[in-house]
Design a binder for this molecule. Sequence first.
Ligand SMILES: *Cc1c(COP(=O)(O)O)cnc(C)c1O
Length: 395
Amino acid sequence: MRSTFLPFSPPAIGEDEIAAVTSVLRSGWITTGPGVRQFEEEFATVVGASSALALNSCTAGLHIALVTLGIGPGDEVIVPTLTFAATANVVEHVGATPVLVDVEPDTLNISPAAVAAAITPRTRAIMVVHYGGHPADLAPLLDMGAQHNLAIIEDAAHALPARYRGRMVGSIGDFTAFSFYATKNLTTGEGGMLTGRPAALEQARILSLHGMSRDAWRRYSKEGSWYYEVVAPGFKYNMTDIQAAMGRVQLDKLTRMQARRRRIVAQYRSALAPLDAFDLPVERPDVEHAWHLFPIRLKQELPVSRNSFIEAMQVQNIGTSVHFIPLHLHPFYRDKYNYRPEQFPVATQAYRQLVSLPLHPGLTDADLADVVQAVQRIVSGRVTIFEQGKRAAIA
Ligand SMILES: *Cc1c(COP(=O)(O)O)cnc(C)c1O
């Protein structure tokens, strides 16, 4: 058994990131400046976006997208229930109503049929989450958007880089928000990027820095001026040049990091499929998966529960996670909107079975073998968990 703990998702930071950050720290300009602009341009090129706005989180991007669209009280925004809290919280922040819908059984992405059933005259937008990095089925959603005049806002926190029917995620919906949180495919510690059409992103840019019509870098640089106007009560959501320096190095490494993720996924598949104990994540033929996560679902016939499985991995020094506790089960959403688990049969059932295995580019072949062996020991009944005291016996 492994002697040291294998963390679920440590950041892949190397000497290049450290050198880039150090150089910004020595440069005399550490907040939003030329590095952020360069990162925005390079990022837009990678995802084929016409324009990109760097922010301090993906959540900020989702929030600003809603504000830019003028969505507020009385409006409804459709959100899949199997997502992180941020996707729905931002809808609450603008005073609109998040309308939760169920997901599709294979990809666990937002169900277009459930969306169609949830549209009302008050619906203004659909929040599309690309669960685990598998692009959601955008074509029917874009059709519904066009028909009912709804904005398509993509929560692409997991979907860098991903492709849907040949188009990069980031170049498709009205707005797409990416996350550079510590565990994501590309990290700046904390950070995010919003892509969309240039005119909309210019509005979003003003909102991202106090609603000021000129940003600080331009004001304080040689060619800038002291004058600015506040045109909206904006937010403080800008990215720093320190983060951008790290992001640019990570962007350079992205293709290599993705190749490693793909190889790990292939190895997981060939090791785990023969066990016939799990439903493994799918990759539909019309997409390119970003493989942010490798969420497996324990088959219902297994004698071990999901919680015991996680415990049994933990005692074997393997970190795992669960993506996600559906929003309709969280007290705030459950109680405010009186949601019942039966309204979301796919997400409710999946939640009981889901475990995400470690998947990150720093995972070595030896680490991978440890994960697979730990899983095999559990499936073959060689790990027994005594639930109360959380002690395990390993045969
Ligand atoms: C991580 C995550 C977010 C939030 O990203 P931040 O950059 O931390 O704001 C939003 N949605 C999903 C699905 C995520 O996994």
